[in-house]
Design a protein. Structure first.
Length: 239
């Protein structure tokens, strides 16, 4: 087992612990907790590592004053032990919450030591734990790079102002371009509408003229027919 010992404490008070090996791991862990620098509430999380022989003590200190500690083999790296501590922190706070701030020593040990043991076995032997940890580590690495980049930019206030000015200019230009595009689109629409209206009007006029011309042709035809009939009738009477 790569993770061999785990502890949850508040200051120098041990609330729960579990050890998978014999020896003085608990004694060393409590000595480390006594030497930890004081941390103000709300200061933010901190991570520390201390080496002892062939083992490393990994420490996650929360912003609420609680300390989560585990001991692992020095060949096990840092990624999985801290993932184990993050998991323990989440489970502990979900179970006890603010009660832990005033709890007595070892008051959570009977119940939570089993959780420490169970998760210790999972993170020490299950390959899925390493996959999940690697993904979390990559996300944290991206977040660290982002913070570093922001801090580097904040050191150059003049460049930030220049960037803001350029951004403002780009936004203004974009607004004017959209406004001009809208006006041009409306003008083109009106022009097309007038053109279609004139085409329809011309079509109606042409149809009206064509209808009138056909009427004149029919009137002229029937008058011619009537005249021919009248002439034929006159000739017949004369004969």
């Amino acid at each position: 087992m790569a993770i061999l010992y785990a502890l949850v404490g508040r200051g120098t008070v041990v609330l729960a612990e579990f050890s998978a090996v014999g020896g003085n791991a608990g004694t060393v862990a409590r000595r480390i907790m006594e030497k930890l620098p004081l941390q103000d509430l709300g200061e933010g999380e901190s991570r520390l590592c201390y080496s002892q022989d062939r083992h490393i003590f990994h420490i996650l200190r929360g912003s609420d004053g609680l300390t989560f500690l585990c001991m692992a083999n020095d060949t096990f790296g840092r990624r999985i032990p801290f993932a184990y501590l993050e998991d323990i922190q989440m489970r502990f706070m979900k179970t006890y919450g603010r009660v832990a701030h005033n709890a007595l020593a070892y008051s959570m040990n009977d119940e939570f030591s089993r959780v420490l043991h169970q998760q210790m076995e999972y993170f020490s032997s299950n390959p899925n734990a390493d996959t999940l940890t690697r993904v979390r580590g990559e996300m944290n690495e991206v977040r660290t790079v982002m913070v570093e980049n922001i801090e580097k930019i904040l050191e150059r206030g003049d460049r930030i102002e220049l960037l803001v000015d350029k951004t403002s200019t780009i936004q203004d230009n974009s607004f004017h371009f959209k406004k001009q595009s809208r006006r041009l689109r409306q003008a083109l629409w009106m022009k097309n509408a007038k053109l279609l209206l004139s085409m329809k009007t011309s079509s109606v006029v042409c149809q009206t003229q064509s209808t009138a011309y056909d009427g004149v042709k029919r009137l002229f035809y029937w008058r011619s027919v009537r005249l021919m009939r009248w002439n034929f009738a006159q000739e017949s009477q004369t004969t």
